[in-house]
Every structure is written in structure tokens, then in C-alpha cells.
Ligand binder design. Sequence first.
Ligand code: SAM
Length: 287
Amino acid sequence: MIGRLPHNGFCARGTPLSSHRSTAADPSRPGSPRRSPGRCWVSPVVLCADLGADGGRAPDGRGSRAGARGGRLRPVSALDWDHNAFYHRLLLRQLPDGLRRVLDVGCGAGVFASKLAARAEKVDAVDKSPEMIAAAYDTTPDNVTLLLGDVLKEPLPEAGYDAIVSVTALHHLPLEMALPVLARALRPGGVLVAVALPRTDLPRELPVELLALISQRLFGLTFALLRKFNGGNWFAHEPTHSAMPVLLDPPLATRQVREYAAALLPGAQVRRLVFWRYFLLWHKPSD
Ligand SMILES: C[S@@+](CC[C@H](N)C(=O)[O-])C[C@H]1O[C@@H](n2cnc3c(N)ncnc32)[C@H](O)[C@@H]1O
């Protein structure tokens, strides 16, 4: 059996990302996935052991982590759709060509990391949920290195990334710690781009909240019809959606995120997006 991975350590037991070489699956063992060396592999047995008897509560007590047993699965209606996937194109548009190494923070089941992999030579995709890393293992291509760990606790290569991207994970992190950590890991001239959940900010954001409520249903209906009659995915939720660790009570409103960004990432742009996300974009000044 493959060695137990620490909950909060990267795959290779805390090896810095710059020298990361993970344990590859042993193809000679029955049921062992065939992957190339250098990719993280997390044993499903280990994962079962790692799902606590707490019914899937996240280790930090925030949000829920519905898992293989005892999890509280979120119901998905036919008109629900994936707001994160909807914003993938917006994020990808911010990335220049010729990317060598990119970091995906809070990669979840690796859907966006796979899209990044088509744009970059190498993608490091980090998540602290063993369930999500295991799901990502099944779907991401070989130039994605999966890292099980807390992005704030493990050493990231200084100025090691051409781009750092994050989809709906920044609100899980204390921004005053996360932004400097990510800024250090970005090379001069690199780009940091993210969407994440803002705290509801009423009455200031009432117009956008109303617009979101109305258009969410209209978009949901349109996407459902397109799926039915035209085929295609049309922002349908991934099968892992119900097991995704979520934080439904984000700590900061968009304007507070803007204040943090102004202080920590001079020149950063922060704006509210319609479907319950904020958008953060920063180009690190070149030396
Ligand atoms: C709402 S999910 C989004 C996942 C994925 N980016 C997507 O769009 O489908 C947030 C993810 O961030 C991860 N996460 C939260 N805090 C983290 C941390 N400190 N380090 C690494 N990952 C973290 C969670 O485990 C979770 O998978």
C-alpha cells in the first residue's frame, strides 16, 4: 500500500514545490492507476481513513466537506448550473501565451487545472482536501502536478510561477496572509487572477444581487434547454460538485477585498461579478 499522506503536507511529505517529486502509483499492483512518475497519487484507502467521523466537517470547522460517508450532499436542481465554470473563460482570457509554470490554488476536482494544462507547460494544482485531490487525479492530464496541502503552510517556489490562478478558493483563506504568499510566489511580470465569493453587501450591492437572482434562473433555463436539445455540457455541475468543500459564509465583501488588494497588491483590480463572485486581477510589476 502506498504510504499515508499527511493531511496538511504536500504529496512528497512537505517537499518544497520546486523540488517536488511525488510517489507514483505502482502499475504492477491490481487496481493501481497507470500514471507517469512525478504526479501525486493518493490511495483511495488512505482517503477513506482520512474522512473523519464528523460527517464531513472541514478541519477548520468552516464549511462542510461532504464525503464518501456521512456527507451532507447538496441537492442539484435541473436549473442549477456551475457559476465557477461560467467564469473560467474570463480567467483564461487574462493569461498570456507561453506560460511555463502556473499554480492553481484550491484546485478542487481539477476541472480548471485541466484547462490550464492546455495553456501552460506545467501546472501545480494544490488543494487541502484529499477527496478533491483524488478526484482530480482521475481527470487531470500528466502535466498537472497535484499537491495535497494547505497553500499557506507549504513552501511555494519564490518567483516560481508565471501565473497564479484560483477559482472560488480565496475566500477560504485569510486574505492578509494569502495575498503576500501568492505575490512572493509570482515572478515579476506574472499575473495573479482569481474569482471568489464575496460576503453579501446590502444595500450597496442590491442592484447586482437582484440582477443575479433574475438572470440565474433565466440562464439556468437556457442552459438546461441547450443541454437537452443541442447537447454539450453548458455549465452543468461536475459529478464531484456535491462533495466540494464550500464556505457559504465568506468573510469579506467585495469592497473589503478591494481594500486588502490595494494595500497588498498595488495596482490590483477588484470588481464584483454578477453571479456571486468577485474578480481579482494583479500584474506583478517587472523588476
Ligand atoms: C469551493 S472549492 C473550489 C474548487 C475548484 N477551484 C473549483 O472551482 O471547482 C474551494 C477549494 O479550496 C480548497 N482550499 C480551501 N482552503 C485551502 C488551503 N488553505 N489550501 C489549499 N486548498 C484550500 C478546498 O479544499 C476546496 O477544494
